[in-house]
Ligand binder design. Sequence first.
Ligand code: HEC
Length: 282
Amino acid sequence: MQKWVAALDAKDPNHAHQQLEALWVTWGMNAVDTDLLRKLIAHDDFRVRSAAVRVLRYNFDRFTDSLDLLKKAAADDHGRVRLESVIAATWYDKREALEVVTIAQGKGLDGWSKAATEAAAARLQGKAQKEEVENPMPTIPEHLTDAEKESFKAGHEVYFRDGHCATCHQKDGKGLDPAFPPLNDSIYVHGSSERLIKLTLHGVMGPFELHGKKYDGQVPMTPFGMLSDKEVADVLTFTRNSFDNKASAITPDEVAKVREATKDQTGFYQMEELLKEHPLEK
Ligand code: HEC
């Protein structure tokens, strides 16, 4: 590998990348080239420096001055190098590594590094991260009956389950460009309950428009037919009364009826056919 590196053309625009490849190969052979790492961690290109810091993180034991190398990286002019140094510091597992974090903090934090740096500082000081209630229960709308309020609460839990609604439509229901549409004040949410149950049970894809924005419908919504009638009713009752929507609750009976009536539906609904069956309300 050293011979290969020595023969590289330093004028090749890919020279640094090739050197990095060599570094990664020696790391992969569990014989990281320490001289090469020292060279690359001081490279002109911040991408090369940050990649070298990443390799250092797995190879502290091969450098007697690993902490000094990290401190230098923490004072780097580029945020990505500083971020790599902070993350590497949490692997150091010694209180001295807190200095690395302090140096990086002194250079100022940006949106990319703030959370990681705070977490690193807390970890190196042996503090648990402060506990936050992850998804606090919103105010429950008064127009719901007591039973419906219970359903709303249960639906809140379903909405935030891993891989369920919040994953794509986000915690605030505002969606995520370009593929995941918002649920805020959406006619699909507070309009026809049958249309909503159908798309929830079977998933949906195909182009449509919402709040003046076109969705090309390339990304399908996963079907949630594996949820029980009660879970579907709960999550939809919650959604229909959250994110600036206000609508009637949905009962497990209604879900069961739609499930039965659509049991021959195989695969996703096309948005177009769904809207033919249930045109959008004015
Ligand atoms: C894997 C990502 C994903 C998950 C999880 C998901 N959706 Fe969707 N959802 C989508 C996509 C993508 C569309 C648009 C599909 C299309 O283009 O036709 C959509 C469309 C919708 C729509 C119609 C358009 C709108 O924005 O009002 C509603 C209502 C909806 N989803 C509700 C839900 C509910 C309720 C859940 C949880 C039970 C959920 N979705 C879970 C991705 C997802």
